[in-house]
Ligand binder design. Structure first.
Ligand SMILES: Cc1ncc(C[n+]2csc(CCOP(=O)(O)OP(=O)(O)O)c2C)c(N)n1
Ligand SMILES: [Mg+2]
Length: 596
């Protein structure tokens, strides 16, 4: 068989080091699927149950692997391409390199209002705005693949190639003719790791050295700079708060790490920001400015690889473009060790008290148990090098506050899009990225019913390939779209709207068993620990279904009077859960207040 454009596409992907493709079939990509078949074991084609999951997996794969290889997803024209979108937006907004390859109707059908004909250039123009192209002739394949990958890597974003099905089947042209208009591209790529100038570093050091109460905030950009962040914090006598995507950047067993920040954050992070006089922000686009120091309170220094993200949350005195690891290494020798350690010691006391309080909250009784319980019990048992994912929902709060990241672990969630559903596909992608590491996903019952349940089938089909077969999906079965129920109470002052908030009952653990996985349902707090033990020792993926109390509020680290007023008025308006909610709020809230 002739070497086709589709074969050439794969050759080029391979040249860039790509081996894993998450995709779903359709006649718009028949040529590419045929080429994948011919390519044999040069590629791992992973088939999830839905194209959105393929996109989430590509984004998750990029999050958990070397940043110089993009995640790749493949979908057919029309409906398949449309299904990719949410997962692609997630990748784009969390700055992950992902290349989407989609089919299109054959060239002669375009414009004929043909079946499945969708204007894909327009459809992808926003999510893949940095680079979206239609392959019209075989001569383009080389430079379009090279550019799609190079731009996804260098801009840390989503790019897209649209390939009409008739073009896929044309004979490949490895090298364009040596003519005017031809492009001769290549695949050499070296990541740029910028370091600010010596003058800028000296100015940063001056500001930081002058500070008496330094607060640091680290995000995903600091994930490769663990040692440097710790050294800077030690030298500056600082406390370190973490944005959600940077949760694995610094281990929680460092005493000065105050944990997450924001609505899902901790009280020590809140106090760190409210009381600092100097603010160092590294590799984070954390959005909620009200959790940062009030304007004018602190002198600000920011380090970010992306100039567009500088000084948009807090007016920085110095905003530097730099790779976190390289910049902090260069800055370290200029920082003078702080003699007065009282600020950092105060933070450490705060953090110690916070962890005690968190433990008390998790082990309180609930109806039938506090939702924090499975997180707390996992902490005690979390294996080294585990990869922990969470869905959007209350699970994200408990993940943010309760999971203690240790050195070598990884974790993620849909940070900026905050989409439901990625919990399970991220964990599956983690298993393809690191088949020898255990993966654990925390997912709400709403997200499980949305698409998560289906993806358990994918885990069942692929786990025999994984050196460590453990992938545990912990389902928070609370019968409610609980995060939004709480948001409605706290922000709008509205009671729970039964029709929109209820999640139908479903036997999650039984379903897992039925399809050949392990499943345990727990309804008593004391059963949670032993269930984790059992599933962490299982020889296959599993579901831990935890029936938990929807009446436990995810109280933000500081609840404003206004929110509290609205919340109370929602209860008085006749929320169907009023009694339980009042009881749990009072108990859990009292725990937070007494540790301030
Ligand atoms: C795709 C999508 N749809 C809707 C939302 C809004 N939303 C955020 S959290 C949430 C509730 C999730 O419910 P569940 O998965 O059961 O988790 P719980 O909060 O109950 O623990 C909803 C509806 C969203 N973020 N993403
Ligand atoms: Mg729920």
């Amino acid at each position: 068989m002739a070497h086709t454009v589709a074969d050439h596409l794969l050759d080029r992907l391979e040249e860039w080091g790509i081996r894993t493709i998450f995709g779903y079939s359709g006649d718009g990509i028949n040529g590419i699927l045929g080429a994948l078949d011919r390519a044999g074991d040069r590629f791992d084609f992973i088939q999830p149950r839905h194209e959105e999951m393929a996109a989430f997996m590509a984004g998750g794969f990029a999050k958990f692997t070397d940043e110089d290889i993009p995640g790749v997803c493949l979908a057919t024209s029309g409906p398949g391409a449309i299904h990719l979108l949410n997962g692609l937006y997630d990748a784009k907004m969390d700055h992950q390199p992902v290349v989407a390859i989609v089919g299109q109707k054959s060239r002669m059908s375009l414009g004929a209002s043909y079946q499945q004909e969708v204007d894909l250039l327009s459809l992808f123009k926003d999510v893949a705005g940095d680079f979206v192209q239609v392959v019209m002739v075989p001569e383009q394949i080389r430079h379009l693949v090279d550019r799609a990958i190079r731009i996804s890597l260098s801009e840390r974003t989503v790019t897209c190639l649209i390939i009409p099905d008739d073009v896929q089947a044309l004979d490949a042209v490895e090298s364009p003719p040596r003519e005017h208009g031809a492009a001769f591209s290549g695949s050499a790529f070296t990541r740029h790791r910028p370091v600010p100038s010596p003058e800028d570093l000296a100015q940063a050091a001056d500001i930081l050295n002058a500070g008496e109460r330094v607060a640091m905030l680290v995000g995903a950009g600091a994930l490769g700079a663990t040692d440097e962040v710790i050294q800077v914090a030690n030298r500056m006598g600082a406390g370190v708060a973490k944005a959600l995507l940077g949760k694995a950047a610094v281990p929680d067993d460092e005493a000065f790490v105050t944990g997450s920040i924001g609505l899902l954050g901790t009280a020590p992070s809140w106090r760190l920001m409210m009381e600092c006089d100097t603010f160092l922000m590294i590799g984070s686009g954390f959005p909620y400015a009200e959790f940062l120091p009030p304007e004018g309170q602190a002198r600000g220094v920011q380090i970010d690889i992306d100039p567009k993200l500088l000084s948009i949350r807090y007016p920085m005195e110095l905003a530097l473009v730099g790779d976190a690891q390289a910049t902090l290494s260069a800055l370290l020798p200029l920082l003078q060790p702080k003699e007065d350690r009282s600020w950092q010691e105060g933070i450490e006391d705060d953090v110690e008290r916070w962890w005690e309080m968190i433990g008390r909250q998790a082990t309180m009784d609930g109806e039938p148990m506090a939702p924090q319980r499975p997180f707390w019990e996992l902490n005690i048992r979390l294996p080294d090098r585990a990869i922990v994912t969470t869905d959007s929902g209350t699970a994200a709060s408990w993940y943010a506050r309760h999971i203690k990241m240790r050195r070598g672990m990884m974790g993620s969630l849909s940070g900026n899009l905050a989409s439901m559903v990625p919990g399970v596909p991220y964990a599956i992608a983690a298993k393809f990225a690191h088949p020898d590491r255990p993966a654990i996903a925390f997912v709400g019952d709403g997200a499980m019913q949305m698409l998560g349940l289906n993806e358990l089938i994918t885990a069942r089909d692929y786990y025999p390939r994984w050196a460590d077969p453990r992938l545990i999906v912990c389902v928070l079965n609370n019968g409610d779209l609980n995060m939004v129920t709480w948001e409605m109470r706290a922000f709008e002052g509205n009671p729970r709207f039964e029709e929109s908030q209820e999640v139908p009952s479903f036997p999650y653990a039984d379903f897992a068993e039925m399809i050949g996985l392990r499943g345990i349902k727990v309804e008593k707090p004391e059963e949670v620990g032993p269930a984790w033990d059992q599933l962490l020792a299982a020889d296959r993926p599993s579901v831990l279904e935890v029936v938990c109390d929807p009446d436990v509020p995810t109280i933000p680290p500081h609840v404003t009077l206004d929110q509290f007023g609205k919340y109370m008025s929602s209860l008085l308006k006749g929320d169907s859960e009023t009694l339980g909610v009042l009881w749990q709020s009072a108990r859990q809230g009292w725990q937070s207040i007494t540790t301030r």
